[in-house]
Design a protein around this ligand. Sequence first.
Ligand code: ZN
Ligand code: ZN
Ligand code: FE
Length: 765
Amino acid sequence: MARETRQLKIYGIVQGVGFRPTVARFAEMHGVSGSVCNYGPYVEIIATGESSSINALKKLLRESPPDRADIQRIDDISLAYREYDGFEIVESRGTSGEIFIPADIATCEDCRRELFDKNNRRYLHPFINCTQCGPRFTILENLPYDRERTTMKDFPMCDECSREYHDSTDRRYDAQPVCCPDCGPEVYIVGSDIKSGDAITHARKALADGKIVAIKGIGGFHLACDATNEAAVELLRERKNRPRKPFAVMMKDIEAAEDECEITPEQREMLMGHQKPIVLLKRKDDTSLADSVAPGNPRLGVMLPYTPLHMLLFDYPDGVNMPSALVMTSGNVSGAPICHTDDEALKEIGSFVDLILSHDRPIRTRADDTVMDFYRGKPYMIRRSRGFAPLPFKLGRTKDGNTLAVGGELKNTFCYRRRNMAYPSAFIGDLADIRSVEALKSSIDLVGRMLEIEKPEVVCDLHPGYHSTEVAEMLSESYGVKPVKIQHHYAHILSCMAENAFDGEVLGASFDGTGYGTDGTIWGGEILRCTCSSFERLGSIVPFKQVGGDSASKSGWRIAASLLASVYGSDRAAAIAEETGLCKASDVKLIAKMTEKGLNTAVSTSAGRLFDAVSALLGICKESSFEGEAATELQFAAERGLFEVALEKDQILPIIDTDGFAHLPTDSLFKTLVEGVLAHRPSDELAFEFHAALAAEIAEALKYASDKTGISTIALSGGVFQNTLLLELTHSRLERYGYNVLIHSLVPPNDGGLCLGQASFINKE
Ligand code: ZN
Ligand code: ZN
Ligand code: FE
């Protein structure tokens, strides 16, 4: 068999986890020569040997990686054949000055075993941790990562802990947050003398009794209640003023999760891994959970206990009979950052809860739970935070100087960039809430200090009204520079390019909620030609009139009414609205009049709003109680209606060429759906048809643009591509055309990923 040379790029948690020595050991076992090197977000292996030996090395890494490592992707690329003398560990080549800020790690199996071992000195200790696990980023005050620069500095180690900490053969060697019942923090019930084990029992009793308890975790407080108790969950909904948005659930263990949900092997691995995010799982039909946990939702956000305290809440020798599922939702007022101190918890969520279970290990930086979907067997990020932030990504291109990208307005995150390394932050929140703006500023300050970045170039969105733009202007003024403003949907495509370390030219389909366009109109269903430093708008969905500013994003029926009026004229539209039950005829007439006169009306190409309108038209969701509700319900309907809707080539509506600008015929698609509703076709079937037809239109528009430009790499981004049905339908069509398709995996396609795109922009001026 011929020898060959290959490059394996290994992505995931491969930093600071003893990865390279393991690679070297495996390579030697299989007679593979070459080298291994850290490149920040990935480890690069150059391997020369028999093809079968390199495959065996790859297999071994997948099957038995180092304990704390978590391989998420291996790129395998053939290189020109070259022989090497043996196998070498290269010290972080080309990565000098790169800074690695550790992320929080879920409690490991060894610590879990000790936690429940009566003979262990840390038996039932709610802060047990080791070199392999425990809080990191959230307790960090500065770098380098040593105890005196964490919030554990106020807890001097006892002699026994100190001995373990200094013993290189001990599994707590150099573990910064190491502690024990003698020297560590303590849990307590806020506003009482109840401490330690009694506090845990107290909280368990309250939960088992259907009460609502705030619980301090790693990156903030959770609001918790018994997920199997309908009255308790409804009470939480009422108090939190959150009528329908699904709650995440923490299950006692993987078996409990399997009782409720279908779990693929990849999802299982992620649920049980070192980051323990919330994973969106398919629910089983017979479930013991309260209906109000995720009303009408075929999926459930599930996580497993990731701190010792969580484990003790489910399991404690006090005779309390606990449920095996707890609602665990962020402890905040909607839109505000997650509460992270007792004072915040008392002030902001104190009135929602019967009890606050806290502890005296301070949280320095907030981190919400990460939320992850899966697509084609790989992670597909919805919210990147605890366990992942602020681990860096390596960009395709190096850039002089440092950059701070402040992100968008909703789901805000920010990102520092130093040369070719980008460090997206933990989730901040929606900046309409002033507390989120304050959290953004202080987190920018802290991470900037850790990364030793002073007076960076500041990048923000083009939108003049975003609070993030305001922050950018304020900061850049203090640095004596001018902010660089990047169009929203271009930043989404840049984000997808950045995650894939792609620095060439792409055609991007940026399908999203709303963003500020360069022409002052609202964009959001865009076909863009992009490089790292410029973009050109080649096409979009057919513009429509969006009435009613911000309230339009809540009321899909208003957009549906305006679309009806533009397609059929006011009188016929009014009749259709009555017939289909969309709204009153008078509402349609009023909206038609407003759009005619341009009153409180904007021209929009927002795909997100189109989804809202279709959802309303089909009678699925006319009014949203939270962002994205109408669109996700439309997706669920389509998934129920997923049967072969044949879209032969001649049935696809052709792209409209308007003086070289490509319009996706979304108005005709809307008309087809109206006729379907009038013909009483099932809404699930129409919902699926909408997805399939829109995917076809997106693919056709890209093909049109590709034929024109010769570009054959496509990037799919924007919040609408959180919809994995639309993604699959679009993706598979583009693959059939033979394009190289870039999609997100570990960076959210929604506005949570915007900061990475902004940070990867290269200013040519
Ligand atoms: Zn551990
Ligand atoms: Zn101790
Ligand atoms: Fe967006």
